[in-house]
Design a protein around this ligand. Structure first.
Ligand SMILES: [Zn+2]
Length: 166
């Protein structure tokens, strides 16, 4: 009797675990194959507007930069700022990371990349390899970025090269 109950117990656990697995596969699949939901897009938009306001108030910069959510970026890159050959400046956010790291993407990555965009405006490309200069850090902090760490190990600025995650 006891063994039978134990069997039933494990049988149910297995069923539940399988259902959970199927559910999480399904929700990952859904997330990957549909655009970001309205609520997330609104949050990005709101932060984008705040950053435009701050760059006007603190640096008198009126220029607006497009913020593009991309699903073609490599996973290790959360965001990027690009400066194309014809002087276009764009900010990219990696769609893949909005599912687990929504808050981080909006309050950390977006101001970080926005600060790179503002540095691009001065066409100051002395530090081509590392965009995390003192100047960048000051701007990032002024934009109320949460982590304006100069010693990050990723290379998230792309200057003059073809942008492959458009
Ligand atoms: Zn950076």
């Amino acid at each position: 009797m006891f063994i039978k109950r134990l069997n039933l117990f494990f049988f149910l656990i297995t069923i539940l675990a399988s259902l959970f697995l199927i559910y999480s596969w399904y929700s990952n699949y859904q997330f990957k194959n549909s655009p970001l939901n309205k609520n997330i897009l609104e949050q990005i938009n709101k932060k984008h507007k705040t950053l435009e306001k701050l760059s006007y108030i603190k640096f008198n910069i009126k220029r607006k930069f497009p913020v593009i959510v991309s699903d073609k970026m490599p996973s290790k890159l959360f965001g990027a700022a690009t400066y194309s050959k014809n002087g276009e400046i764009e900010i990219y956010l990696n769609k893949k990371h909005f599912q687990e790291s929504l808050d981080y993407m909006i309050n950390d990555v977006l101001p970080h990349e926005y600060a790179h965009a503002l540095v691009f405006l001065d066409r100051d490309f002395k530090d081509r390899k590392d965009g995390h200069t003192q100047k960048w850090q000051n701007i990032c902090k002024a934009l109320e970025g949460l982590r304006c760490d100069r010693f990050v190990n990723h290379n998230d600025i792309i200057i003059g090269k073809t942008i492959f995650f458009k």
